[in-house]
Design a protein around this ligand. Structure first.
Ligand code: C5P
Length: 232
């Protein structure tokens, strides 16, 4: 599995997304489509971006009873995306059902990764809101192991956790990591950030980069800088 940079296309419409993607004339970046764009435009946006030759991480974070997730995953699989995800808190039975739903009759399927704990959940809300008394890093590693047990391919995590996830779950268990910023860039609302270079050193397999590329004055140059620091 090669390392790659995934651009988070957090746009509210198809027009804004294509205005952005049209800037890339020399390369076809791997893109992440999240809930905002998917709910605004529907599955058509996935098909159109795929037709343009981009790989797609469809970030819809499914979480429901196993049967519902299985059927929804079968629909996403037919869209021919490259990576899908779900919440590991749906438990092992839900994750196993998701793998079954994603698997096509010929045995192929998109990669499936799990969100362990959202980075917006801090230790206090873990304890007080969710009544989980174990420390955050133990919860994250336990959920990652559950995902592996269920047959998933990896997790979404902080680049700072990537090394530990690989230690616990194996080097071929994927770590897909948002929270990436250039050393000389704005941090914005992200709390624990890492540069592309540092993410490579810690062992992330894919970095997910949004605003450092989408809000840059020259997005193509910013994307190439990410590739240079993380992949080359
Ligand atoms: O603009 P920025 O680089 O912060 O974008 C990061 C992307 O990764 C966003 O789409 C955000 O929703 C997503 N993400 C994240 N932290 C997580 C999971 C997803 O930042 N734990």
């Amino acid at each position: 599995m090669g390392k790659d940079v995934i651009i988070a296309c957090d746009f509210s419409s198809k027009e804004k997304t294509f205005e952005f993607l049209d800037k890339f004339t020399g390369e076809k970046p791997f893109v992440k489509i999240g809930m905002e764009l998917f709910y605004a435009e529907g599955p058509g946006i996935v098909k159109e971006i795929k037709k343009r030759g981009h790989k797609i991480f469809l970030d819809l974070k499914l979480h429901d009873i196993p049967n519902t997730v299985k059927k929804a995953m079968a629909v996403l699989s037919a869209l021919d995306v490259d990576i899908c995800n779900l919440h590991a808190s749906g438990a092992v039975s839900m994750m196993k059902a998701a793998v079954e739903g994603l698997t096509r009759p010929d045995g192929t399927r998109p990669l499936l990764i799990a969100v362990t704990q959202l980075t917006s959940t801090d230790s206090e809300s873990l304890k007080n809101d969710l009544l989980i008394n174990d420390p955050m890093d133990e919860v994250v590693m336990h959920y990652a192991l559950n995902a592996k047990k269920a047959g998933l391919d990896g997790v979404v995590c902080s680049p700072l956790e990537a090394g530990k996830v690989h230690e616990k779950c194996g080097s071929d268990f994927l770590t897909v990591t948002p929270g990436v910023r250039f050393a000389d860039g704005e941090i914005g609302d992200q709390k624990r950030v890492t540069t592309p270079e540092k993410a490579k050193e810690i062992g992330s397999d894919y970095i997910v980069v949004g605003r450092p590329i989408t809000a840059a004055s020259d997005p193509v140059a910013a994307y190439r800088r990410c590739i240079k620091e993380f992949v080359d």
